[in-house]
Write a protein of this length. Structure first.
Length: 397
């Protein structure tokens, strides 16, 4: 079997997901990495030396890496605002792309990526790893099996305890780099809502505000790339948000977002996101004509399908979700989604995500953010043209 030669753009942070693909004994090798920061390159080299006793080739320019290495596939795990440029370049060079979500920070950018993949007949896969989480997969299985009857409504409450650590200390805080946190964070949840509902949003209305982080102490403008990891990364001692400091010099994105969605199959949905809660998790509720399904954390689902006219503390069915044998990032989903990309490059197709779904989650987030900026004006979500909506971006046909 021909060895698969893979590369990664954006070597640290989410770039670590490529490590799951590096298995030379199985004929898969990460041969190169590109990052604009020399210290990130150094950490990338050190990580592979320690974990694999191996040193990939390294580049400061991703274009040079693609043109020199000519890899079979590339993981693009760079900041959101770079996805469009980098994905299109790789697809134009006929290199299969695994692209982290969100696919882009505008509808036009997402559509340009899909057009590049279509035009060059090159595989494109999106990193919506929540579709590979055990509890989300079980919810999908139950909903599709009719456990709640015909789905009519889906609600998602997203409590982001680490919002101040992850999104208001760097580029995420500016609209020109991420548009809205309805994309960077919300794209996951909008995608799950669409997947569970078997439909896409065609109209959205939003309300939101910047309520906390714009009022807190910030770093100076000459210290944009903050290196104090204890302050810039997750730390449960960073609470309450109002007592924290060292935030990004410019803060524009909302820390509180709420959008209502009407899907093309009649399902109504809402997504609620807050970035300064004391706890961090997502709660999905699916309501159908014959029941209600709800998750509690990642390891338990509750199903109610008998009527009671009071609070039903005890559900009719409890589903305990098995934990991964080896716990990794994102509840064990990352190794599974990486494996599906590797398998797809070898002709075995078991991919849960799709570029169309990724585009439609971003399109919903973009229109939701614009609705908020327009004081809650409802906005239509433009559909994809049929030739892109019906194209298989993995099999390229």
């Amino acid at each position: 079997m021909k060895e698969l030669r893979l590369a990664v753009i954006g070597c640290t942070g989410r770039g670590r997901i490529a490590d799951f693909a590096h298995r030379p004994e199985e004929g898969v090798r990460v041969v190169a990495g590109a990052d604009k920061y020399p210290d990130a390159i150094d950490r990338f080299k050190a990580r592979y030396k320690e974990k694999f006793d191996y040193e990939p080739n390294c580049y400061l320019d991703y274009r040079e890496m693609i043109e020199t290495e000519k890899p079979d596939g590339v993981f693009i795990t760079s900041p959101d605002f770079l996805h469009e440029e980098q994905a299109c370049f790789c697809l134009e060079h006929k290199v299969a792309v695994y692209l982290e979500k969100p696919i882009a920070i505008s509808i036009e950018g997402a559509d340009r990526i899909l057009e590049a993949a279509y035009r060059n007949r090159t595989p494109l896969m999106l990193g919506h790893n929540m579709r590979y989480m055990n509890h989300i997969m079980k919810m999908k299985e139950l909903v599709d099996a009719g456990a709640v009857g015909e789905v009519k409504a889906i609600w998602c409450r997203h409590f982001v305890s680490y919002g101040g650590d992850a999104y208001f200390r760097d580029w995420h805080a500016m609209e020109k780099y991420c548009n809205s946190l309805l994309l960077q964070k919300g794209a996951h949840d909008i995608d799950v809502i669409h997947w569970l509902a078997n439909g896409y949003t065609d109209r959205v209305q939003g309300m939101g505000n910047l309520t906390v982080y714009d009022k807190l102490p910030r770093r100076s403008e000459d210290n944009l790339r903050f290196v104090g990891r204890k302050t810039a990364a997750w730390d449960t001692d960073h609470y309450p948000a109002t007592k924290q400091k060292d935030f990004y010099p410019w803060i524009e994105v909302n820390d509180l977002n709420m959008i209502n969605m009407r899907l093309d199959n009649g399902v109504l949905a809402c997504y609620l996101q807050c970035h300064y809660t004391p706890d961090g998790w997502r709660n999905y509720t699916v309501i159908g004509t014959e029941g209600r399904l709800e998750n509690f954390g990642n390891w338990r689902l509750h199903l109610w399908n008998h009527r009671t006219d009071a609070y039903a503390e005890v559900p009719d069915v409890v589903y305990n979700i098995p934990q991964p044998k080896v716990m990794t990032t994102h509840s064990g989903a990352d190794p599974k989604i990486v494996q599906s990309f590797v398998d797809a490059l070898r002709g075995k197709f078991d991919v849960h995500s799709s570029p169309q779904a990724a585009r439609n989650s971003v399109a919903t987030g973009c229109q939701g953010a614009d609705s908020i900026r327009k004081n809650g004006e409802p906005l239509d979500v433009p559909p994809l043209p049929d030739y892109l909506a019906n194209y298989d971006f993995i099999r390229c046909k």
